[in-house]
Design a protein around this ligand. Structure first.
Ligand code: ADP
Ligand code: ZN
Ligand code: ZN
Length: 798
């Protein structure tokens, strides 16, 4: 028998299956989807078995055998193996990248250099010999002091260098104590009366006869030490067994189970449409304003799917995967829910994944990569906030979870629900054309009115002499809320607005020495940091150019806003939520729950607070500057601004108290801002579609972004230029190629960046032509230090 194996080497000529012989003793075990260790050239690497066959076009006698089988149960099922092949073509990636992204990181390979004995132990010189006395190998990191000896022995051939492969995180095992179940047996065990500890433990055991308990818990509960337990085990009072266990990320002992709500008429209509199609590969676009009860529909359709004995995947953007959100699912489905988010450790994610693989859970709620949940019997896939750009992975494999969802729905004959208050233009256009079925919720579920949105012209404020970042009306509104003991959310649209350090005498802005971008001032550490390459340096006291002392930081980071706020309303209790305050695990949740419990009056934050926040006492939302996303050089700038404003306003007045929203802007007449005011999606869609049509962007055209990098500017420009000429010669005349041009951030980490954009409507040859381009790159440019990356349907072209 022969196995086809995709090896863990992301390189060009290797991007195909290799044939390996299956040793006789493994033949009964091997299945496609298992991980193996295989020899590859001089080393050993991890690989995935993708197929098993009888014959090979290579001489079977010369095929190398599989070295070791890493799994007893496949980690990838047939569907996922098939999907990897599809992703490879769809996203132009290596098949190994596609396979790796589908499994939890815990199962990815860890390669460790080590030295293995290749001669009798006596032949090795001391002190190295003593290292080998303990084990037949020495790990390279454990032998730092004897590197010179290692080198000598290596040259003599008495030891050889080797690579050990293991997975990154193991299954967690716990020591379980199984107490004998016969009371007679326990009573018959003799214990000396002065062995106080043993007497105490025996007492406990008699009260818990027949029970199994983790040894650490037994120690605590019985108040005894481990040797005491061992003592009684030896006497036959209990047995010890190492058993597999799950790390429990949620301490959710006491979640109250909740029943479904009575659906409103609009919800019922949408629900019925989905229910009718539960066994059809159909995509629904559920367009409902914030608070219209989309989540309730998700919960009830999932419930229906579970009743049919099937499983469901519920995707939410990472940042809205809040405890509130997961709680709603746990309340409805209890232990049947697995939750996957980036706050979990690799081990915790692995445990959640195993529950899915073993069909111990039926629903997974998770961010992007949860789309690969290895369910066998999927009945429904939901993407909430389907317009979110985080559904697209921004490095290889550059897949979009929406595309994967639709692909899986076809395999399983089940529907996909795309939900949003502000659908992406692509999805809405597809719904208009009937490719997706449009379902609409026009009102909020509890019939609360939409918040009243005021747009404030900041140019006017400036003309009236207000230089503060708070307009007079917003400042007034904040004070009013403080008096009424209601809560305020202030949103800083941070992108492109971080604080930089500027010399007021010569105008020098502190730049990163490696990247063409200004350094960001971090107050907490008093450092200037580059957000692209990680470079940092202390804040200078004098200008490095002109030695002036008039150097200070500018801009409106959240810290700056916090300071201004303290001047405006000194009595207010403010919580700040941004990358700095949420770096630690669980910090995000802590801030939110503190705010929910009313421990602060104002929550100030970045993008992070735009979603998921559902507290009844929030009656005012302030957007400090609506313009920052609007002026990004990106075709989605208006769409993103509209989405953000809608989302943020949706945080106010979600319960009985009416909500008010103040949006400050320097371009208040822009349609993305005026139409977001009343959540007029359709007019926004029409206007934005007209813009897209005029400029030839999605959904009218498909876009491919190709990026080149190299240390030398002329070299990268040359490769980009060659590529464009090649593409022009190969692609059809109606296809538009823009560029090459320097990327918006023209240098990162000392590498120059160039890009070109392909815009096309129909291009049957595209996949082949791109493969050809990659071939040229890999055979010529790669060796010269260039990189080339292809992004199909990019979420942004900056
Ligand atoms: P969305 O996901 O569209 O933002 P949610 O499902 O979160 O909307 O609903 C918003 C609020 O309305 C929540 O507090 C929810 O409990 C409530 N809600 C939703 N559907 C109903 C219903 N049918 N009856 C009563 N309350 C509802
Ligand atoms: Zn200066
Ligand atoms: Zn940098």
């Amino acid at each position: 028998m022969i196995a086809e194996v995709i090896v863990d080497v992301a390189a060009h000529p290797i991007d195909r299956p290799f044939d390996y012989a299956i040793p006789a003793h493994l033949q009964v075990l091997v299945e496609p989807g298992m991980r193996v260790k295989v020899p590859f050239g001089p080393r050993k690497v991890l690989g995935f078995i993708t197929a098993i066959k009888e014959t090979s076009e290579f001489d079977p006698a010369r095929l190398k055998p599989i070295h070791e089988l890493m799994d007893v149960v496949p980690v990838l099922n047939d569907e996922l193996l098939e999907m990897a092949k599809w992703m490879k073509i769809q996203t132009v990636c290596f098949e190994i990248d596609a396979l790796q992204v589908m499994i939890p990181s815990a199962l990815r390979a860890k390669y460790e250099k080590r030295f293995v004995l290749n001669a009798p132990l006596e032949d090795i010189a001391e002190p190295l010999r003593s290292y080998f006395e303990k084990r037949p190998f020495v790990r390279s990191q454990d032998a730092v002091e004897v590197y010179d000896l290692l080198k000598k022995e290596l040259n003599r051939g008495t030891i050889v260098a080797d690579t050990d492969i293991s997975q990154q995180t193991a299954v967690k095992k716990v020591r379980m104590i199984h107490i004998a179940d016969s009371l007679e047996k326990l009573e018959s065990i003799e214990i000396r009366s002065n062995a106080k500890q043993q007497v105490k433990l025996m007492e406990y055991m008699k009260n818990h006869a027949g029970k199994a308990i983790e040894s650490s818990r037994l120690q605590k509960e019985a108040g005894v030490s481990l040797p005491t337990i061992y003592g009684l085990v030896e006497k036959g009072a209990a047995t010890i067994n190492n058993e597999e266990s799950y790390r429990d990320p949620m301490l959710d002992a006491t979640i109250e189970q909740k029943q479904s709500l009575q659906l409103t008429e609009a919800q019922q209509t949408a629900f019925d449409a989905i229910e009718r199609s539960l066994n059809t590969p159909k995509t629904f676009l559920l367009h409902g304003i914030t608070g219209s009860g989309k989540t309730e529909i998700y919960l009830q359709t999932i419930d229906q799917v579970l009743k049919e004995g099937k499983e469901a995947i519920m995707l939410v953007p990472e940042i809205s995967l809040t405890p509130q959100m997961t709680l709603r699912f746990k309340e409805r489905f209890g232990d049947l829910v697995a939750v996957l988010h980036s706050g979990l450790s690799a081990g915790e994610k692995y445990d959640e994944w195993r529950k899915i693989q073993r069909a111990e859970v039926k629903v997974v709620v998770g961010a992007r990569s949860a789309i690969f949940a290895p369910f066998q019997n999927l009945g429904l896939i939901i993407l909430d906030e389907e317009h979110e750009s985080s559904y697209k992975q921004d490095d290889s494999p550059r897949y979009h979870a929406r595309d994967v969802a639709i692909w899986r729905s076809e395999q399983h004959n089940c529907p996909v629900i795309l939900g949003s208050a502000t659908p992406s233009l692509e999805s809405y256009a597809r719904a208009q054309k009937g490719v997706y079925e449009l379902l609409v919720l026009e009102k909020r579920a509890k019939n609360q009115p939409l918040p009243d949105v005021q747009i404030i012209d900041m140019r006017e404020e400036l003309r009236n002499g207000n230089r503060s970042m708070f307009s007079i009306p917003l400042a007034e509104a904040i004070r009013e809320r403080l008096e009424r003991k209601e809560q305020v959310v202030l949103f800083l649209n941070k992108r492109g607005y971080s604080s930089f350090v500027l010399c007021r005498d010569c105008g020098t802005v502190m730049q990163c020495p490696n990247c063409d971008i200004s350094l960001t001032y971090h107050r907490s550490s008093e450092l200037m940091k580059c957000h692209y390459c990680g470079y940092d340096e202390p804040v200078p006291h004098i200008c490095p150019e002109c030695e002036s002392e008039h150097i200070r930081f500018f801009g409106t980071g959240t810290q700056k806003v916090e300071e201004e706020l303290a001047k405006l309303v000194p009595e207010a209790r403010v919580l700040r939520m941004d990358v700095d305050t949420t770096r630690n695990k669980g910090a995000h949740e802590k801030i939110l729950s503190a705010f929910g419990e009313g421990k602060a009056d104002i929550l100030l934050g970045t993008q992070m607070i735009a979603k998921g926040l559902d507290f009844p006492n929030i009656t005012l939302v302030g957007v400090l500057s609506a313009d920052t996303t609007l002026h990004l050089p990106d075709f989605r700038a208006a769409e993103k601004t509209y989405q953000l404003l809608t989302q943020v306003s949706g945080r106010a007045g979600r319960d009985v108290l009416p909500g008010e929203v103040y949006v400050q802007s320097y371009t208040p007449e822009h349609y993305a801002i005026t139409l977001a005011k009343d959540q007029l999606y359709e007019p926004f869609y029409d206007q934005e579609m007209a813009m897209r049509r005029a400029s030839g962007y999605p959904p009218y055209y498909y876009v491919v972004n190709i990026q080149f990098t190299h240390e030398d500017l002329m070299t990268v420009a040359g490769y980009a230029d060659q590529s464009v000429r090649y593409l022009q010669s190969q692609l059809s005349a109606s296809t538009i190629i823009i560029g090459p041009s320097a990327s918006l951030i023209a240098r990162v980490n000392n590498r120059y960046r160039y890009q070109c954009l392909i815009k096309y409507k129909k291009e049957p040859k595209l996949a082949d032509v791109l493969q050809q381009l990659i071939k040229i790159y890999r055979s010529e440019w790669l060796k010269k230090g260039a990189t080339l990356s292809i992004d199909m349907n990019p979420t942004s072209v900056m």
